[in-house]
Design a protein around this ligand. Structure first.
Ligand code: NAP
Length: 238
């Protein structure tokens, strides 16, 4: 059991971020969740504080994040789970959709870290964990913008690890394949129905928490997880 930490989790209203928040709250930590809409999350805890913020326009987030970093203090760790999927050939994207996906999946996550990194440094040790994707490892058809956003997260994590190690801050990234979450609700495909065809959000949360709980002097750079059998199923967008 760790001493009590105060952990920012972006994307804590749903899926992987929510499951990570629940597991950390159950272990006695404080969580500051960031997402647009927490009414759906159902997380009930006095130690859970939620912040409504829209990461789709990183420029518009700047003032809010600077203000939040003044009012929310004592942050020991940051877990960046917020993200969205949009897939298709490049010409199916408007210019604005390209910018928006990069903002949600990468730029805003980098800005959250930028805003709160001084607090982690002040604490003298801490962790920054990103949820990347298998799309951070290999480019794939219909994934040009999504893969670019996740490659950006992975490159950022690698470089930040070099930058922050001297301050006692470890940087890790977890790259899942298909996870059973509402991520697919707005997409025209999903994972297969068999339990062999998807990862559970709890599996990804466990990998994140393993990184947080590991011996402070050891850095777990990267964890890749996949379903046993990858199956992609076409479906109508809901
Ligand atoms: N599910 C998969 O198969 C899979 C595989 C590999 C990687 N990932 C990555 O895992 C991470 C978590 O996804 P998930 O599967 O848990 O999906 P999810 O259940 O849809 O959760 C996504 C989270 O991101 C937040 N978010 C999305 N757009 C946002 C915006 N504009 N502003 C602020 N917050 C926003 C959502 O909150 P609100 O909607 O309340 O704003 C939600 O909390 C993402 O980075 C995703 O790319 C997922």
């Amino acid at each position: 059991m760790l001493t009590q930490r105060t952990i920012i989790i972006t994307g804590a209203s749903s899926g992987i971020g929510k499951e990570t928040a629940v597991q950390l709250l159950n272990a006695g930590h404080r969580v500051v969740g960031m997402a647009r809409d927490f009414t759906k999350s159902g997380v009930q805890s006095r130690e859970f504080h939620n912040v409504s913020i829209d990461f789709a326009d990183s420029g518009a987030c700047e003032a809010s994040l600077k203000q939040l970093a003044k009012t929310i203090t004592g942050i020991t760790d940051i877990v960046c789970c917020a993200g969205a999927g949009r897939f298709g050939s490049l010409e199916e994207f408007s210019f604005n959709q390209i910018r928006e996906l990069m903002d949600i999946n990468f730029v805003s996550q980098a800005c959250v870290v930028r805003a709160f990194l001084p607090q982690l440094k002040q604490h003298g040790r801490g962790n920054i964990v990103f949820v990347g994707s298998e799309a951070a490892l290999t480019g794939s058809r219909r994934g040009s913008v999504y893969c670019a956003s996740k490659f950006a997260v992975r490159g950022f994590a690698q470089a930040l690890r070099e930058e922050c190690g001297g301050n006692g801050i470890r940087v890790g990234i977890v790259n899942p394949g298909m996870v059973k979450t509402p991520f697919f609700d707005r997409l025209d495909f999903t994972h297969g129905e068999s339990t062999e065809n998807y990862i559970e959000p709890a599996d990804v949360a466990s990998a994140i928490i393993w990184i947080l709980n590991s011996r402070a002097e050891t850095v777990i750079d990267e964890i890749n997880l996949s379903p046993l059998k990858k199956v992609i199923t076409k479906k109508p967008v809901t």
